[in-house]
Design a protein around this ligand. Structure first.
Ligand SMILES: CC(C)(COP(=O)(O)OP(=O)(O)OC[C@H]1O[C@@H](n2cnc3c(N)ncnc32)[C@H](O)[C@@H]1OP(=O)(O)O)[C@@H](O)C(=O)NCCC(=O)NCCS
Length: 220
């Protein structure tokens, strides 16, 4: 992945890419994480998050999402109206642009597309998890075969699968092993890219095939 500094996007507001991925981990960017971008309702919700790191990253992610969408929509960040589908996925009323976000404890990833469905997932490798039992519960037979051939690809497989469900808007269903993400991708004409993020997290982005390059930016 070629991570361009976000200032490049800020410099060319009139020419925003059709598919955009933004990674953030440094909270030192003045302005972009401003609470002024959030609504009173969001500030109240974030206030109730007990874990300080989680609260910080969720707020940063939402503020950055609003700022990025404001560049596309030319609407001030707190005045952008979000709706939430029955499974909890936020979306825009206008329907012209789709977006999705994912966070770890220290970083976040935001995807925006002018071409419909988009889903993103980012995971920090955790050496203490029991990948084998998670795999048995969550992966389809075909995904399981891939995992057994390359156990080190667990996070790649998992982020691909979660990003697929997030693009479809359902989130992870009750019986994830009954669904194969490659079949879902084909059925819905979706494309999946899996990559390593700057802080060694694994991430996947799922969106409609466009033929245009996905631009990736980093907030530093
Ligand atoms: C929603 C879900 C995908 C989140 O996964 P996670 O690994 O905990 O979190 P991530 O950091 O990857 O993603 C969180 C973001 O996904 C988005 N999201 C929430 N529900 C979503 C859905 N159904 N589809 C796509 N994106 C969703 C939100 O923007 C959320 O960020 P926010 O809480 O800061 O607004 C997962 O919890 C899930 O699938 N749950 C089951 C679906 C469900 O029943 N949700 C209950 C809401 S009614």
């Amino acid at each position: 992945m070629n991570w361009e500094p976000l200032t490049r996007l800020q410099d060319q507001n009139s020419c925003v890419p059709d598919v955009l991925v933004v990674y953030g981990m440094d909270f030192g960017v003045p302005g972009l994480y401003s609470e002024q971008y959030l609504t009173t309702e969001e500030l109240r919700l974030f206030e109730s998050v007990k874990n300080a790191d989680q609260k910080r990253i969720k707020m940063a992610c939402r503020a950055a999402t609003r700022w990025l969408l404001s560049v596309y929509l030319e609407v001030e960040p707190p005045f952008i109206n979000f709706k939430v589908n029955r499974y909890g996925k936020p979306y825009l009323n206008s329907g012209s642009i789709e977006f999705n976000a994912s966070h770890t404890e220290t970083s976040f990833l935001i995807g925006i597309s002018r071409f419909g469905r988009i889903g993103v997932d980012i995971e920090s490798p955790d050496r203490n998890i029991d990948a084998g039992s998670i795999a048995r519960y969550t992966l389809s037979p075909c995904e399981m075969r891939k995992y057994l051939q390359q156990p080190d690809q667990f996070y790649a497989l998992w982020t691909r699968k979660e990003a697929t469900f997030k693009a479809l808007g359902t989130g992870i269903p009750e019986n994830p092993h009954a669904h194969d993400h490659e079949i879902l991708l084909k059925k819905h004409s979706l494309n999946c890219i899996t990559f390593e993020c700057p802080n060694k997290e694994t991430a996947s982005i799922v969106h409609r095939k466009t033929g245009f390059p996905t631009k990736t930016f980093i907030i530093r």
